[in-house]
Design a binder for this molecule. Sequence first.
Ligand code: IPM
Ligand code: MG
Length: 384
Amino acid sequence: MNYSIALIPGDGIGPEVVEPATEVLDAVGDKFGHVFNYVELEAGGKAIDSTGEPLPAETLEAAKQCDAVLLGAVGGPKWETLPGHLRPEAALLGLRSGLGVFANLRPAALLPQLKAACPLKDEVLMASHPEGKATFDLLIVRELTGGLYFGKKGRVDSSDTAARAAFDTEYYSWAEIERVLRAGYAAASVRRKKLCVVDKANVLESSRFWREVAAVVSKDYPDIETSYMYADNCSMQLIRAPGQFDVIVTSNVFGDILSDEASVLTGSIGMLPSASLGSPTDSLAKNDRPMGMYEPIHGSAPDIAGQDIANPLATILSTAMLLRYSFGLEKEARAIEAAVNAVLDNGLRTKDIANRSNTNHSNTAEKIVGTKAMGEAVLKALEQ
Ligand code: IPM
Ligand code: MG
């Protein structure tokens, strides 16, 4: 079958990690008989430089026409002094809301090969794991198109400097909360059937409202255990007992913060893919599947751009999520994940996931490679 994929390489290391990811997609296409047609689009700093706007209307329109979107990263110091709505990050927010991709799936699991890169001691990991293993496997479902990121914001001006002010608003409708909770329950139902709503209900009215919605929605999922946790406690629990979590559902801003924290536990933020999904019933749904945008959770990392040292695995793993969620190609998705696994088994590491301690958990010697070599190794593993 033929599929169209909007490709937004973006800034910094974005193009470097998207390139190997498309090569991997093409190899999977060859192997399983699919054709992926790419529509390359500009957004972020690149678009600011060529059009003056972070998200040109044509980019959003063209992305909507495609079957899925694959994005590298946007942003960099060059554009940091621009006003908020003209910064590269505005492109990301515009794409998320324009595509209606409200459920952001950020899996964080510790791969056995990367145990040495995890900053937690084995005892810590084992204490919270249901079977006492030194690992964890959790999924953060972050609300992505509402809350503090999109609520009313503004400035209060005054000639008196001390009286000047600025505000952002945490605003959530019942419908926004309900749909992301349902996305969380759907994910939990094919995992370990545990869902934890993370909020700040001891202080925030919007969080108390999340709990009201969750109390009603949870009734539809009697086989899933629903629990509640405050975000500050969750940030602590993630580093003292990560094994207790299966699916975490949370607001846009809490999900942003907690997913960075969780990523470090996996060894490197350079490993984590993400999927941002819309509703299967909205106008952008393709072939009964929700609109999806896929991106590594790391940023554009301008400090290491152009040096061939960035880890392409998060983007490569994002393509696996793309095949799974947007195209329903489970076998193909697993082939990519297996290839990444094989490469790690063989000891290949980009700098960020290299063993930082002297303890060697595996018998395989590690070999540090660059972005390109890592991409090529995944391609080779796919052919086997
Ligand atoms: C993320 C990023 C973005 C966010 C930034 C780049 C706007 O941190 O995807 O987590 O805050 O959502
Ligand atoms: Mg973030």
